[in-house]
Design a protein around this ligand. Structure first.
Ligand SMILES: NC(=O)c1ccc[n+]([C@@H]2O[C@H](COP(=O)([O-])OP(=O)(O)OC[C@H]3O[C@@H](n4cnc5c(N)ncnc54)[C@H](OP(=O)(O)O)[C@@H]3O)[C@@H](O)[C@H]2O)c1
Length: 181
């Protein structure tokens, strides 16, 4: 038992002391277009970090009620254009085939987080990507020409960054040592 808590490594203490005091995140709201696996996971992370989220999908805000209810008062649902307009930054997490239908006007001047991947079987054949004349990131940027795109979250499985209670990790049944915590 540590009376004053565990000792931190010296390098960690130095980093903490060097951090400017009172500087908060420049992002207080995140618009989300595509509220499935990745969009829902990032929404959870954002809410846990004290960021307001505005979620959207292709079927309309009323279909996201179950998700916003679970996320709590920092979350609300809207149309894709409204979500883009509301966020300091906007996360796009849709099948690549939906990228041409994004509300490009509402994304002008925004930082746009591109979590998307191209899968031929799901998205259909996209010639530029098949021939390698463009990367998926370059093609995506063409669909949101006024946005500053940054690629993120596209190489991880959506559950991995989530805290344990929000993961749905498969467990063998009847294995007491594998019970969810
Ligand atoms: N799953 C992963 O672990 C993972 C990891 C890294 C990257 N990615 C990439 O991230 C993207 C999303 O994957 P996901 O697994 O989150 O997909 P998903 O669970 O199928 O969710 C896709 C979301 O996009 C919405 N959507 C589709 N078309 C739209 C449109 N035209 N306008 C607005 N919203 C639209 C869907 O809304 P509706 O349901 O209303 O149609 C749904 O909310 C994909 O490009 C995927 O390759 C996924």
């Amino acid at each position: 038992m540590h009376a004053r808590g565990p000792r931190l490594p010296r390098a960690t203490v130095r980093r903490q002391q060097a951090r400017p005091k009172g500087r908060s995140s420049p992002v207080t709201s995140l618009g989300i277009i595509g509220s499935g696996n990745i969009g829902g996971a990032v929404a959870r992370l954002a809410v846990n970090a004290g960021i307001d989220v505005v979620l959207s999908n292709s079927r309309g805000p009323e279909t996201l009620r179950h998700l916003t209810d679970r996320l709590g008062p920092r979350a609300r649902a809207a149309t894709p254009a409204q979500a883009a307009a509301a966020g300091d930054w906007t996360l796009i997490a849709v099948p690549f085939s939906a990228a041409p239908h994004l509300p490009a006007d509402a994304l002008v001047g925004k930082t746009v987080i591109d979590a998307n991947n191209y899968y031929r079987l799901r998205d259909g054949v996209i010639t530029e990507l098949e021939t390698g004349s463009l990367t998926a990131g370059e093609l995506f940027q063409r669909y949101v020409p006024g946005g500053r795109t940054v690629k993120a979250f596209n190489t991880i499985y959506f559950e991995h960054p989530l805290p344990r209670p929000f993961r749905r990790v498969p467990r063998p049944q009847r294995a007491p040592h594998c019970r969810r915590r």
